[in-house]
Structure formats: C-alpha cells, structure tokens
Design a protein around this ligand. Structure first.
Ligand code: C2E
Ligand code: CA
Ligand code: CA
Length: 826
C-alpha cells in the first residue's frame, strides 16, 4: 500500500476508535490536531492549534503538571501524560496522551501524540479525593493534635489542634515543613530546658531518626501540660516511612491528679499519725490501706504489707508464726476466720499476742464493701487493771489474801463446809507485843517481822487453807476440820512455830501470838459474825496473857454486845450535839488551799472520841447513816457560807457520801434541800464516793450520780485503787476527780519506790478528763514525786491535819499574808 494511503487508513482507524491525534514540530511549535482531538477537548474547528488553546481546556490545577511532563517526554523521546479536561457542561473527563518523537529524513523532529479518554483514572481520582476529604475531616476533628512526618522528617498531614497545643505559628503549617523547623520554636522558647537551642534541636532530630515509639509529658511555660505520643510506621519493605505524633492537652487531668494526690497525702498523713493501727480491707478482703502503727502492733514485715496482701495471707502468716497458739486443724481454722470476716458485721474483740501484748480491735464494715479496723495497744491498761485487781485481793506487805478478799471468800467457804458436812474453822491471830516492836525499832523492822510472821503462817497451814492479813498485826487462817480438836491442833502448831524468835538484821524479836478460834456453823452462821467471833476469842486469849489460843464462847458474844451500846449511843448523838466537823485542806500544785474535805468527829460522853472508821460502819448497818449524812451536809455547807462571808471563798468543799447514802432514794432531795437552805452553788459541792460503793449497784449508782451531776454537783471517786473497778468503767460516771488512795502514796517516800501504778493512774485519769487528788501526803518526798508525776491536788498531814473551822480559817489567813506557797502548813 502506498504510504499516503496507509496514513489515511491509520487516521481513519484512530478516528474510529475515538482517539484524537496530533503532530507537533518541536523546532517551531507548530501543531496539527485531528478532528477527533478537537472533539475530545471541546475545541472549535476555527480555533488555532496552539498550546495555549489546548491548556485553556484543561483543569487548571493539571496545567503546570501537564506542561512539565509533556516537555519531559519531548526530551526523552516518549512518554505518557495523564490530565483532565473540562468539557462544556462542566463535565470532567480523564485523558491519557501517549507521546512519541520521531525525526524525519530531512532532520525535523516531530512529536506525535494519541489522546484517549481514560475515565478509570477519573473514578479513582474522585474516590481518592473523597477519601482525602474524609481523612482531612477526621484529622481536623480529632480531639488530639496530630502530625504525620515522612521518612525525611517532613510534615505531611496535620491538624490545627496540633499547632494550637504546641503553640506553633501558623506560618509553619505547610506541607513539607521539616521537623527541625517545627521544634526549633519550642527549643528557642526554652521548653526543652537551658542550652543552645540548635544543639537541642539536633539532638531531637537524631532521636526522631531512630523511629522509636515514644511517650512523654511536657509542660509549657504557661503551665499547661501536654502528652506527646509517637508511633513510627513502615513501608512494604519494613523500612521506616515516618511517624505519627499525637498531642493531648492533659492540663485538666494533671490538676485533677494533683488534687487527688493532695487528698490522698492528707489522708495518709492523718492515718500515719493516728495513735492506733488502722486497716482497710476491700470487699475481696484485700488490704487496701494501712498505717505504720498497724505493722508495728503486729510486727508485720513491711514487705508483706506493701504488696497489697489479702486477709487470708495475713491469717496464714500469723498461723505459721504461732500467733494463734497451737491450732489442731489450721485449714478449718482459716476457713472459719475467713467466713467470719466475709460476713462483714461490726465486731469488737481483744487479742493477746504471744509476746503478751494485748490489742483491742474494733471492726466496722464500710458502705463500699470491706471493713475498716482500728487496733489499740491496751497492754498497759490491762496490766494496771490486773495489778489493781491483784492489789485489791492481796495484802501488799505480805502477799497474803487481804481483808476484803477474805470477806468475799468466806461465804463460799461456809457453803462448801455445809456441803462437805465439815466445820469451817476460822483462826484469828494477833501478834502480842507487836506494837512495841514497831514503836522501838521503827516500821521498817516492824514490816520485816510482819513478813516473816506471814511466811510462818503460810508454811504452817495446808496449801488448800486460806491465810490472810486483816489488819496491822492481825492474821486469819481458815481451814476445813471434821472436829474441833483439829482446829486446836493447828493453833498449837502455830504457837510452836512462833515460839522461835524472829531475826531481823542484828536483832531477835520474840513475838508470841494470841489465837481465837470460831467454828462454822456451830458458833456463827454468818461469815462476818464468824470472823468477829474468832476476833472476840482472840481478845480472850490475849486477856489471859497471850501466847495461847481460845475458842469462841457464847459469853464472849455477850460481851460483844458492847457494840450495841455503841449503836445506842450513836442513835442519841445527833440529838445530843455530840458530832462536830473537822476540815482538812486540799492544796493545788503551788501548795495553795483550794478545797476542804469535811470529816466527821464523834465525841461521846461515855465512850469518848470514837473514830469514823469505827462508827460509820455501825451507823450504816443500823440505818442511821442517811440522817447523819444529812447533818454533815447541812453543817458543811453552812460552814462554807460562813467562811465565804468572812472572805474565804473556797472553790469547792468535799463531803463524803457513804454507800447507804449513795443508794438512799431521798439523796437527791436531801442534797437539793441542803443546797437551797444554804444558798451554796451546786458546783461548789463535791461529793466523794468510794469505788466499792459505786460498784455495789452500778446502774442505780449511776442514775443517782447523774441526777445530781445534771444539777451541777461534782463527784470524786474516793480511795481509788482499793476496789476492783477499772478506770475505763468508772468513766461511765460523770466524775470530775479521782482520789488516789493513801496506800499508793505512802510507798513513794521509800527509795525503791514503784511509781508505775500511780504514774499510769494519773495519766489515764487525765486522758479521761479527771483531775487527780493524792491522799495521805505525809512528807516532802511524796509531794515532790507526785508533782513530777503530774498530780493536780494534794491532801495529807504534810500540808495540814484535819482542822477545826476556826483553825482552818486562820491557816488560810496566814497563807494569804505570807503568800509563800512552797511551804507546808503546820
Ligand atoms: P477518807 O474519806 O479516805 O478520809 C481521809 C482520811 O484520811 C481521814 O481519816 C483523814 O484524817 C486521813 N488522813 C488525811 N491525811 C492523812 C495523812 O497524811 N496520813 C494519814 N495516815 N491519814 C490521813 P478519818 O477522818 O479518820 O476518816 C476515815 C474515813 O471515815 C474517811 O476516809 C471516810 O471514809 C469516813 N468518813 C469520815 N467522815 C465522814 C462523813 O462525814 N461521812 C461519811 N460517809 N464518811 C466519813
Ligand atoms: Ca474521803
Ligand atoms: Ca480516801
């Protein structure tokens, strides 16, 4: 086929295919366009075939790229360029032009191009554009700042939030900006710390180039915090392709965290400084909070607690170190303890640890599940209570049973004798001439002799017998016998043992006993009467010259009715004006008089001066005490008013209340009447009641005390330490003062004084809000010692003996004029 024919055929083929074609003379730029080409591009037939005309029909953003690429193809000799055309209706179509450059035999370089529509590209573009739009929207809407860097650390994607959080200028928000340019801003603001910003930038760029995941928190100079997180991403070959950084503003979170931390620190400080141990177990019995004190109380290693240990592990730990003693079936024991713990009910218990430490534990469930427990070391408190109990039952000097304990045990022993159908023999033993030893050799020797006598008594009776010391040199032995001769045999054995002299130091003391014997049930059935009967028999033995024993007889009983004489005289006393009052000063820590204890005196025409210790019990027994008590109260308050008119306004006046008065149903009315009659303020009246009186019927006592306390009357517990009660229990009474019994104060004068009890009593009393009065302060050492132990008030012969009202007033006047306080009053 001739060449021209071939050209014409080719042109037809191309038109038929819908492909446009053209030729361009690369030297002149002159072009020839085919019809189809014009149609494809919507170019009119009369428009000249220039590049400008062509480009005008292209999508504007494609024009530069087209020129660049097509020129490249001309240079290289061939190429393919894709572009988009805008048709008349605004329709956009995608075209591909294939270019090839040929040189004619004449040496002309001509470029040929074939253009065809390729809308697959267009669809792809639309999809891509759509995706890009979505992606941009997503990035913009992210609640965090985002930056995506490529492998060359150039910024490719970002959102405004990233620039806002990092506080970067918008001028840097363009594609391709380098990582280094971006971080130079914070570096030069000093956000990476001191030093040359360029060096800091270089360091960070080097670090970024390692493409490691990273996470860090940074604070702006303005105080805001943000969290930076970086994740590298990789291309298909696994090479680093860049990294994605996110920036989160965590300022509010930080503030909240700090607030929580402050609250937590405060709580921890509080818990750490509690004087008790504290734990909090959650609903799964896991230990979630505890303090140092808890670890100390239980000797738990901190390493055990710090791991957030659970209850079962602690139990097992304790079990293994023998904390619960010998447990037959440890697993069953554990299961039971766990079951109990899971019941989450309030509980309160006391546990004694193997080392003797006593812990008081209170557990309380908490609303969110689990329970909180408080642990207190009550070892000292319990020790003191036990010691007080022991003291209450034993005689301090000899270690034998004391009078109170003997009296409390006698009824039980009588009952046992009745059951055994035996006699109970009570031997009352008094040392002849003991007073003489005491007077000539002093009480230190006297005490040594008493201890030796007690030892002889103890080793002479059977171990099952009871040996007691009931008074200065008075002892009692109680034993079961089947006939009276056995009692006399025991008495004889005692006489034999006491026949040997007592050796104390250099000297020997010959002391014989007088022994009186009374038998239950023949002589007396009442335990008190039985003891009295033995005492009477003892007096007979002594009357007959001592160093012998005597049985109780009825005639002795007759003599004892002298007591009923006492009773008869007592009944007359009130009406015969035989009572009077004396007043003993109570001083404060400077020695100044702040109160007076009112003490009753009875001088009988026939019996002479009878001490209250003798007549008060009788008055109690025969029911005279309420009447006598009324008399005392009236006269005491009257005296206070008189003093007050004379210028001596005592802050308080202390009046003793006997047990019978305390339980007298008219007590309240009696006190009210006396207060009203005298016009004395209730708060100036202090009533002293003994522990044992209170404990007789605690509920009733409390009611009586409470009624008067509401009125303003104050109460002191008298003779503290001689009863059985615990301070903690006494505290349930509205008391204001505690009077430490003389028997605790006396030993403070000796060299090896044991002040632990007094010390602890004062401390505990203070903790319970009670003031402490020491009774029977007889010397400077005692006062000195009590001052050091923190005692508040003092009473005793060292300051003054009980005085008449006139003497009391004079003493006070003298104190006012001399104003010297560090001096006892005689
Ligand atoms: P009390 O209540 O313990 O009174 C203190 C007793 O200790 C008083 O004995 C007092 O004279 C004495 N005393 C004070 N300082 C010292 C001291 O430094 N050394 C020594 N060795 N003794 C000191 P008093 O007057 O013989 O009274 C004995 C008890 O009689 C009183 O003990 C009290 O329980 C009772 N009593 C006295 N007057 C009354 C009263 O009016 N009513 C009632 N219910 N009982 C009274
Ligand atoms: Ca008293
Ligand atoms: Ca007392």
């Amino acid at each position: 086929m001739p060449r021209d024919d071939l050209n014409a055929a080719l042109a037809r083929v191309l038109d038929a295919l819908g492909w446009g074609y053209w030729v361009r003379d690369l030297a002149t730029g002159a072009m020839v366009w085919s019809e189809t080409f014009r149609r494809q591009h919507g170019i009119a037939a009369d428009e000249s075939p220039t590049r400008e005309v062509f480009l005008a029909h292209l999508l504007p953003e494609d024009r530069d790229a087209f020129v660049r690429q097509v020129e490249a193809a001309y240079r290289s000799g061939q190429g393919v360029v894709q572009y988009r055309v805008v048709l008349e209706a605004g329709q956009i179509r995608s075209c591909i032009v294939q270019v090839v450059v040929l040189t004619t035999p004449e040496g002309k370089r001509l470029a040929y191009g074939i253009n065809r529509f390729d809308d697959r590209h267009l669809a792809l573009d639309v999809a891509l554009a759509e995706k890009a739009r979505t992606l941009n929207a997503v990035i913009a809407a992210l609640p965090v700042g985002l930056m995506v860097f490529d492998a060359d650390l150039r910024l490719r994607y970002w959102n405004d939030r990233a620039f806002a959080i990092l506080d970067l200028p918008r001028s840097l928000a363009y594609e391709g900006v380098s990582f280094a340019d971006l971080i130079r801003v914070p570096a030069s603001r000093g956000e990476y710390g001191p030093g040359d910003p360029e060096r800091l930038v270089a360091e960070r760029v080097a670090l970024a180039k390692t493409f490691q995941p990273h996470r860090l928190e940074r604070q702006h100079p303005d105080g805001r915090w943000h969290l930076v997180q970086g994740e590298p991403f990789f291309d298909a070959q696994g090479r680093p392709a860049g990294f994605v950084s996110t920036f989160t503003d965590v300022t509010a979170l930080k503030a909240a965290e700090a607030a929580v931390q402050v609250t937590r620190d405060r709580l921890q400080t509080l818990v750490d400084h509690l004087p008790s141990g504290v734990t909090l177990f959650d609903a799964d019995l896991k230990l979630v909070a505890w303090n140092q004190k808890f670890a100390e109380l239980f000797d738990f290693p901190l390493s055990l607690l710090e791991k957030g240990v659970d209850f079962a592990t602690l139990l097992r730990f304790n079990l293994e170190r023998g904390e619960y003693g010998e447990i037959a079936d440890p697993e069953a024991y554990l299961a039971e303890r766990l079951r109990a713990a899971r019941s989450f009910v309030p509980h309160e218990l006391e546990r004694t640890r193997p080392d003797g430490r006593v812990l008081h534990i209170i557990g309380q469930p908490v609303p969110s599940g689990g329970f909180v427990s408080i642990y207190q070391d009550v070892t000292e408190q319990r020790r003191i209570e036990a010691e007080l109990r022991r003291r209450a039952l034993t005689d301090e000097l000899t270690g034998l049973t004391n009078r109170a304990a003997l009296l409390s045990q006698l009824p039980r022993l009588c009952e046992e004798a009745r059951r055994r159908k035996e006699y109970l023999a009570v031997l009352f033993i008094d040392l002849d001439r003991f007073k003489w030893v005491n007077d000539t050799a002093g009480h230190v020797v006297g005490d040594a002799v008493l201890r030796a006598a007690a030892e002889r008594l103890r080793t002479t009776v059977r171990a099952s017998d009871l040996a007691a010391r009931v008074g200065g040199d008075e002892f009692v032995a109680v034993t079961f016998v089947t006939e009276a001769t056995q009692a006399s045999q025991l008495a004889q054995r005692l006489l034999d043992r006491f026949a040997l002299p007592f050796e104390v130091g250099e000297n020997q003391w010959q002391l014989s006993p007088s022994i009186g014997i009374a038998l239950y049930p023949d002589d007396e059935r009442d335990p008190n009467a039985l003891l009295r009967a033995a005492g009477l028999a003892m007096y007979r033995a002594k009357g007959e010259g001592g160093n012998r024993f005597a049985f109780f007889t009825r005639s002795l009983h007759e003599a004892a009715t002298s007591r009923s004489r006492l009773e008869q005289r007592l009944r007359l006393a009130i009406h015969h004006d035989a009572f009077h009052l004396v007043f003993q000063p109570i001083c404060d820590r400077t020695g100044a008089i702040v109160s007076a204890e009112v003490l009753l005196r009875w001088r009988d025409e026939e019996l002479g001066e009878v001490p209250p210790a003798r007549f008060v019990p009788v008055a109690e027994q025969v029911g005279l005490m309420p009447a006598i008590g009324r008399w005392v109260l009236r006269h005491a308050l009257h005296q206070w008013v008189q003093w007050s008119q004379a210028g001596l306004r005592l802050p308080s006046i202390a009046v003793n209340l006997s047990a019978h008065q305390l339980y007298d149903t008219m007590l309240y009315e009696t006190v009210c009447a006396a207060l009203t009659a005298s016009g004395v303020e209730p708060s100036a009246l202090k009533l002293e009641i003994t522990e044992s009186a209170m404990m007789h019927d605690p509920a009733l006592a409390q009611e009586q005390v409470q009624r008067l306390a509401t009125l303003g009357v104050r109460f002191a517990v008298d003779d503290f330490g001689t009863g059985y009660s615990s301070l903690a229990y006494l505290h349930t009474f509205p008391l204001s003062e505690l009077k430490i019994d003389r028997s605790f104060v006396t030993p403070l004068a000796s060299d090896e004084r044991d002040d632990a009890i007094v010390d602890a009593t004062i401390q505990m009393a203070h903790r319970l809000g009670l003031q402490v009065v020491a009774e029977g302060v007889e010397c400077a050492q005692q006062w000195d010692h009590l001052l050091r132990l923190g005692c508040d008030f003092f009473q005793g012969y060292w300051f003054a003996r009980p005085l008449s009202a006139a003497q009391f007033f004079h003493l006070w006047q003298k104190e006012q004029t001399t104003a010297s306080s560090q001096r006892p009053f005689e």
